[in-house]
Design a protein. Structure first.
Ligand code: DGL
Length: 282
């Protein structure tokens, strides 16, 4: 694979965060809370959502395209706030921009198994994440001596993207996906997709309060902070950083959902991932 020259990264520059849609906002809120002086650019690839059911090559191409567009916007660091994109393409992003700081996501299997009294863990994720080599390796690494029950959840991301966080269809899908896991007496549930934390109240209605739910958003924010410090990338001024929001879909359609999930005024603009026009021959 072609590897691009590594630009010098400016510590005043924003951190670029993206997901297939609004799911990554569940990670962004932890980053915002932990690092209030950083400027953040969030891109939802709404026009290509959902990633979870798409071919790996397509997810990879979208991930590389989004990474490139965020680098064109001079981001100093990239956060793949998407388990599916990370599983499909984090290796390729790192290979293409070797000097770039990249933070990916993976289902929190390690903390889940570590904290599970019965060593019985359920995991909800997209089909893309669960069929990936990266997930297979994660299971091999941490799954020994535990029972891990994986549950793909088609349709759930679309429900979140429609803002249907508390409707009958979402509740029915969750019941379908969680009932077999509960029947096998899991005591810990891993949310392996960044859209799912927005469904925790509804998940709790199905599972009750006893189950431990693992969401890795705060761990990712901690990792972002650690890498900023380690690489001298932390914003030098103690002023408040800005958060800017973009979608590859229609900002007017998407705005109410962003507003609702982000919980405060969020201006939303269109983000183009079109490749730059070819230069005319000299
Ligand atoms: N939010 C993403 C994840 O964490 C993927 C959702 C999708 O299928 O687009 O996997």
């Amino acid at each position: 694979m072609e590897s691009h020259a590594t630009p010098d990264f400016d510590n005043h520059a924003p951190i670029g965060v993206f997901d297939s849609g609004v799911g990554g906002l569940s990670v962004l809120r932890h980053i915002r809370q932990r690092l209030p002086h950083e400027s953040l650019i969030y891109v939802a690839d709404t026009a290509w959502m959902p990633y979870g059911d798409k071919a790996t090559a397509t997810i990879r191409e979208r991930t590389l395209r989004l990474a490139e567009s965020l680098l064109d916007a001079h981001c100093k660091m990239l956060v793949l706030a998407c388990n599916t994109a990370t599983a499909a393409a984090v290796k390729e992003v790192r290979a293409q921009w070797p000097g770039l700081t990249v933070v990916g996501m993976e289902p929190g299997l390690k903390p889940a198994i570590h904290g599970s009294p019965r060593r019985k863990v359920g995991i909800l994720a997209t089909s893309g994440t669960l069929r990936s080599d990266k997930f297979r390796l994660l299971l091999e690494r941490y799954g020994a001596g535990a029972e891990v029950i994986s549950q793909p959840c088609p349709g759930l991301v679309e429900q979140v993207e429609q803002g249907a966080l508390d409707d009958q269809r979402t509740a029915a899908l969750l019941r379908d996906y969680l009932t077999p896991l509960l029947a096998q007496q899991i005591d810990t549930l891993v949310l392996g997709c960044t859209h799912y934390p927005f469904l925790i109240p509804l998940i709790r209605r199905v599972t009750g309060e006893q189950l431990t739910i693992i969401d890795t958003g705060h761990a990712v924010a901690r990792q972002v902070e650690r890498l900023l410090d380690e690489r001298g990338l932390r914003h030098p001024l103690a002023t408040s950083g800005q958060s800017r929001f973009y979608t590859t879909g229609d900002p007017r359609v998407q705005h109410p959902l962003f507003q609702c999930l982000w919980g405060e005024e969020a201006r939303l603009d269109y983000w183009s991932t079109a490749p730059p026009p070819a230069r005319p021959a000299p």
